[in-house]
Design a protein around this ligand. Structure first.
Ligand SMILES: [Cu+2]
Length: 230
C-alpha cells in the first residue's frame, strides 16, 4: 500500500516508463528474431539488387515508408513520456502549493477545512550535518518532525550553509536545500509510522550521517503531542 500521494504519483510515472519500455522491447526483439530467421544466409541466397558496391553510386533503396513509421512512433512515445513527466513534476513542485491541512483542529490555529484556510508551512533547514524542522512560533526540532496522517503538509526547504538536498525516501520526493533560496514541496502521508529523511547532496565529511526521521502520527496523537510539547 502506498505511504503517500507523492509515492503514487512517482510510481505511476515509473510504471508508464516501464510498461512502454517492455512493449517496445518485446516488439523489437520479436521482430529481430523473425528477421534473423527469415533472412538468414542460405547456400542459394544472393545479394539483393540494391546492395551497396564499392565504386558505384548507391541506388535509392525506397524505404521511405519505414523511416516515416519509425519516426512517427518514436515521436509518439517520446510525447507520452514528456507529457506525463511534466504533469508529475507540475503536481509535485507546483507554483502554488495546495492548502496545507495539518493544523486543522489545533486550537492555536482556529482554522477549518470548511473555509479552506491554509495551515502554516513548516520550515526545513539543512545544516552541516543535521536537519532542523521549524513549526510556527519558532518551535524547532533537530533531526525529526511529526505530522498527522492524511493531511496536506507543505515544506519550505532551505540551507544555513552549503548545498544540501532534502529527501524523504519512502515518499519518493526530494528537493535542493540551498542557502538564500526556498524550495517548496508538499505531500499527504497515508500511513502512520517512521520515514527516513536523508541528505542527497554530498555536503562534507558528515554527509553520510545527515539522517532524520519523519514520524507520521494519527490525528489525535499528533494534536496531543503538538498541544503538550513546547
Ligand atoms: Cu547535507
Amino acid at each position: 500500500m502506498a505511504v503517500s500521494n507523492t509515492q503514487v504519483i512517482f510510481d505511476n510515472l515509473y510504471g508508464i516508463f516501464t510498461y512502454l519500455a517492455i512493449i517496445v522491447g518485446v516488439i523489437v526483439f520479436a521482430l529481430m528474431a523473425y528477421l534473423i530467421i527469415r533472412y538468414r544466409a542460405k547456400n542459394s541466397s544472393s545479394d539483393p539488387e540494391d546492395t551497396p558496391r564499392l565504386g558505384r553510386i548507391p541506388t535509392s533503396r525506397g524505404h521511405g515508408r519505414n523511416v516515416l513509421i519509425t519516426v512517427t512512433l518514436s515521436t509518439f512515445l517520446l510525447a507520452i513520456l514528456i507529457i506525463t513527466s511534466f504533469a508529475a513534476v507540475d503536481t509535485l513542485f507546483p507554483n502554488n502549493p495546495p492548502n496545507a491541512t495539518w493544523c486543522y483542529s489545533i486550537a492555536a490555529y482556529n482554522q477549518t477545512q470548511a473555509t479552506g484556510q491554509s495551515c502554516p508551512r513548516l520550515d526545513v533547514t539543512g545544516h552541516q550535518f543535521y536537519w532542523v524542522f521549524t513549526y510556527p512560533g519558532a518551535r524547532s526540532y533537530t533531526n525529526f518532525f511529526r505530522v498527522p496522517v492524511n493531511t496536506t503538509v507543505v515544506l519550505d526547504v532551505t540551507s544555513a550553509d552549503v548545498f544540501h538536498d532534502f529527501g524523504i525516501i519512502q515518499f519518493k520526493i526530494k528537493t535542493d536545500a540551498i542557502r538564500g533560496r526556498t524550495n517548496t514541496i508538499w505531500f499527504i502521508p497515508y500511513k502512520t509510522g517512521n520515514y527516513t529523511i536523508q541528505c542527497f547532496e554530498l555536503c562534507g565529511t558528515g554527509h553520510v550521517g545527515m539522517i532524520a526521521t519523519l514520524n507520521v502520527m494519527n490525528v489525535t496523537a499528533f494534536q496531543n503531542w503538538y498541544g503538550s510539547a513546547k
